[in-house]
Design a protein around this ligand. Structure first.
Ligand SMILES: Cc1cc2nc3c(=O)[nH]c(=O)nc-3n(C[C@H](O)[C@H](O)[C@H](O)COP(=O)(O)OP(=O)(O)OC[C@H]3O[C@@H](n4cnc5c(N)ncnc54)[C@H](O)[C@@H]3O)c2cc1C
Length: 389
């Protein structure tokens, strides 16, 4: 795998230390209270985590996607909700860096790099998740403006973000439908549930992935200047492609989160197995437990290798749908399994809120659903395998 520079190694080590010292001791407390971790997020800003991949000329750290994946893994070893705070922001920043006009980059990237501005990334709607081409949110041209009406669903950071990258339909007659879709980078009031043209209803209640909010965003005649089209007027009709490219990136991200969570599950399982005694010896001495540990560690290693391969490939700019899909599929299933096995190794205590494995058990399922469900990953993988062979 890729050799890191001294600077990259130092940053990854710094995040690991931050997670050990500041995150692991309190993550479950924030999770149980479903509380946004303001202080932790401030520390993430200070470390520079909101601008990891934003070029130095715009005030970011200018690091590559591979380093980003390693950092996401470390954060998620502590708590996947922390990576959730930066992931939609990172995807919106990547879209801006890749497709934005020079003016859009100069306006937004500097404040995104510091975390002063935070972005959501929103394509899902109440009736359309996997089937993105079925979205209905309309953006209608009116002079120098577009008027947006429709409803977004499951927008991570949907309340606190002051920016949102959204996918809309600008030409409902287009065939195929995706040619009539356009991406907008909109500005909104952060932490405000009602503003002219936008309502953010109370956050959705979830099984896990707490602390970071998931919301609907309702647009009702929300006006944006035509300059808010991502990449400018010539990019009208290109939104679907832009969002799909970002999703590929998101899949590497989710694989990295899954590896982080699965690592934490293994660490907690090993620690407990050495401490807990039954029948006169630590449970780690029982072969049944050793077999679980061996499988968890082996699957974790395989997931890590797939994730690193996908991250390395995507960082070169090459097509990586197959590799990202495989990494996302495998790593997230491993996260589910490791979380479940870690809980079982804890016996009855695994079911109690005293031990962090119950949080991992509730957090892991998000990973098989988000950024394209694992059923959809298998469709993507099979399409490539069938085409290439
Ligand atoms: C906590 C959370 C945070 C999220 N954050 C964001 C966000 O920030 N931005 C955003 O845009 N979205 C976000 N999402 C939405 C997420 O990406 C979607 O929920 C996901 O893509 C699935 O869509 P759906 O829920 O509509 O399920 P559906 O598409 O309705 O799927 C239902 C079931 O059918 C299966 N299925 C669907 N089509 C097929 C097919 N062709 N073949 C086989 N099986 C199929 C699916 O795999 C699934 O099992 C988030 C979701 C959650 C839960």
């Amino acid at each position: 795998m890729k050799e890191l520079t001294a600077e990259q190694k130092e940053l990854v080590a710094l995040v690991r230390e931050f997670v050990d010292r500041e995150v692991l001791p309190v993550a479950s407390k924030f999770d149980h209270a479903d509380e946004f971790p303001t202080d932790l997020v401030e520390q993430m800003k200070e470390i520079g985590l909101f601008g990891i991949t934003i070029p130095e000329e715009f005030g970011g750290l200018g690091l590559d996607l591979y380093t980003y994946a390693l950092i996401v893994r470390e954060l998620s070893r502590g708590w996947i909700s922390l990576s959730g705070v930066i992931n939609t922001h990172f995807m919106a920043a990547w879209m801006l860096m890749t497709y934005g006009t020079e003016e859009q980059k100069a306006t937004y990237l500097p404040r995104m790099a510091t975390g002063e501005s935070r972005s959501a990334y929103s394509m899902t709607e109440p009736h359309a998740g996997s089937d993105v081409q079925a979205i209905r949110t309309r953006a209608v041209r009116d002079g120098d403006e577009y008027v947006i009406t429709g409803q977004k669903m499951w927008a991570t950071n949907g309340l606190r973000a002051d920016l949102a990258m959204i996918l809309t339909v600008t030409d409902p007659t287009a065939e195929p439908r995706h040619r009539g879709m356009t991406a907008f980078l909109i500005e909104k009031e952060p932490s405000v549930s009602e503003q002219p043209g936008i309502t953010v209803p109370p956050q959705l209640k979830k099984l896990g992935y707490k602390g970071v909010e998931s919301t609907e965003i309702v647009f009702d005649g929300f006006r944006v200047p035509a300059t808010a089209v991502l990449g400018g007027e010539e990019m009208v009709g290109q939104g679907f492609k832009q969002f799909m490219a970002a999703v590929e990136l998101g899949r590497v991200n989710v694989a990295a989160r899954a590896v982080g969570l699965a690592t934490c599950a293994l660490e907690q399982a090993v620690k407990y197995a050495k401490e807990r005694e039954t029948f006169g010896k630590p449970i780690a001495k029982h072969q049944a437990i050793q077999m679980k540990i061996a499988k968890m560690a082996t699957n974790l290693r395989a997931a890590e290798l797939l994730m690193l391969e996908a991250a390395e490939l995507k960082a070169t700019g090459a097509r990586a749908d197959l590799e990202a899909g495989m990494a996302k599929l495998f790593a997230t299933e491993v996260a589910m399994e490791n979380a479940s096995e870690a809980m079982r190794i804890h016996g009855g205590y695994g079911y109690s809120q005293e031990f962090m494995v119950e949080r991992l058990y509730r957090d892991a399922p998000l990973l098989v659903l988000g950024e394209g469900t694992n059923e959809i990953q298998q469709i993507v993988i099979a399409a490539r395998v069938l085409a290439d062979n």
